[in-house]
Write a protein that binds this ligand. Structure first.
Ligand code: PHE
Length: 442
């Protein structure tokens, strides 16, 4: 009896940790605007198809690699593949740092909006005031940088103090609360006049709007949402208990991520159309639309504050997974203490995020391939480095370490199916290669 209870505890704990990494700003902040920018319904279908097949298989590969090697992503790649594969592991660590540099900028916005809500600054505004409010906030220099630093400091505190377990316990209760709040808010949003147009944009499938860019965006978002390609799931997999099975855990993470993303879309997009917000508002979409929803609720300031606080926690359970990848690399490779291995990268990531934060204001003219620094970082990581990282894990798992991974990939004692291997070893990497090639050429 008691052994069963422990095994449940650790299995649930692992699923919550992995899902905590997956569910974050991706669902509520990124998914809605990327879906809208890429044509809605058809994009959603492609996203679902990629996440449910390739995403699911790659998630299993990444977890199994870490579980088998018992090391962070670099150590795992080196141990299983040798020097050349280790280079791919190092790339993943670098990419994790890059993602965190702009992720924490948005994490900072979440804190700022929570503070604004607490001060009652979000509710007594005329409808037209929300767009300029956001534009003024992100184009400033000091405040966004301050909040960006606070977000990094919080992540640092959690990872350096090894209090991740604490935050997982907290999120065990707070994430369901966020889910309930989102469901209530969706109920409110859908009854707003004009909301149906948002639903139509999100759900109506129109394949004539699908281009190579749509597919690349869906691939990138799928990897981003599942925290794939950066070694997060490999690092977390290394903490997996004997009694926790990879396929079942991965399936839960996929289902939770898909449900959260669809809910994020159902929450934000109807509001965008109900309040007549410019659909091209991009990264600001959620921050412009949601406060208007709260303004239409009784006790709006309270709900706004609660929403941004819970979103912050969701963001932190993702950011700590990114920082953990870098920290475990520094501990393993340089023999640093946990404190040092967290502080040094955190400071560098903080500095690296400054241009991304300022690219909405004083550095708006800096362009890389026509994109602002923020957009360029997002594009480079989500649409290139993550898919490449995922491809490397898939190839390592299915061609180099396949035999060793068998026990980890077994489901109820049965070995992984031929379809799984085909998808991980041949079809997946080919598909990623073709999609990336198409996207880069066009
Ligand atoms: N999946 C996280 C989110 O959706 C972001 C993330 C990406 C975390 C990659 C880790 C690795 O918010």
């Amino acid at each position: 009896m008691s052994t069963q209870r422990t095994s449940w505890g650790s299995r649930l704990g692992f699923i919550l940790t992995a899902a905590g990494s997956a569910v974050g700003l991706g669902c509520v902040w990124k998914f809605p605007y990327v879906a809208l920018n890429n044509g809605g319904g058809a994009f959603l279908l492609i996203f679902l198809a990629i996440t449910g097949t390739l995403g699911y298989v790659l998630l299993q590969m990444e977890m199994a690699l870490g579980r088998h090697a018992g090391a962070g992503v670099y150590g795992t790649f080196r141990q299983l593949g040798g020097r050349y594969w280790a280079a791919a592991g190092a790339m993943a660590v670098l990419a994790a740092a890059l993602v965190l540099s702009f992720y924490s900028v948005v994490g900072g916005w979440t804190i700022a909006y929570g503070v604004k809500a607490a001060l009652g600054q979000l509710t007594n505004l005329p409808p037209g005031a929300f767009e300029p409010l956001f534009a003024n906030f992100i184009s400033a220099t000091g405040a966004p940088l301050l909040y960006h630093s606070v977000f990094i400091a919080l992540s640092l505190y959690i990872v350096a103090g090894g209090v991740q377990q604490g935050i997982e316990k907290v999120s065990k209760y707070l994430m369901p609360l966020l889910l309930m709040l989102v469901l209530v808010l969706i109920g409110r949003v859908l009854t707003l006049p004009g909301a149906v147009e948002g639903l139509r944009q999100f759900l109506q499938v129109d394949f004539s709007r699908v281009t190579g860019q749509t597919i690349i965006a869906a691939l990138g978002l799928s990897f981003f949402s599942l925290s794939l390609g950066l070694g997060v799931m490999t690092t977390y997999g290394s903490y997996m208990g004997e009694d926790t099975a990879v396929p079942g855990s991965a399936l839960w993470v996929v289902l939770i991520t898909i449900a959260s993303s669809v809910l994020g879309g159902l929450l934000v997009l109807p509001a965008v159309f109900a309040f007549d917000i410019n659909p091209g508002a991009g990264p600001g979409l959620t921050f412009i639309s949601m406060p208007q929803v709260f303004a239409h609720l009784p006790a709006g300031s309270f709900f706004a504050c609660l929403f941004f606080a819970l979103l912050l926690i969701a963001a932190l359970t993702s950011s700590v997974s990114l920082l953990e990848v870098v920290a475990s690399f520094c501990m393993d490779q340089f023999g640093w203490s946990r404190g040092r291995a967290t502080i040094v990268p955190a400071v560098l990531i903080l500095l690296a995020g400054i241009p991304a934060s300022l690219s909405f204001g004083v550095l708006a003219r800096w362009r890389i391939g026509g994109k602002t620094v923020f957009d360029a970082l997002d594009f480079l990581t989500s649409n290139l480095l993550l898919p490449l990282g995922g491809m490397a894990s898939a190839l390592l798992a299915s061609w180099v370490a396949w035999r060793a991974l068998q026990p980890h990939l077994a489901r109820n004692g049965r070995p992984p199916s031929a379809a799984t291997r085909l998808l991980a070893g041949v079809v997946g990497p080919l598909l990623i290669g073709v999609i990336l090639w198409q996207g880069l050429v066009s």
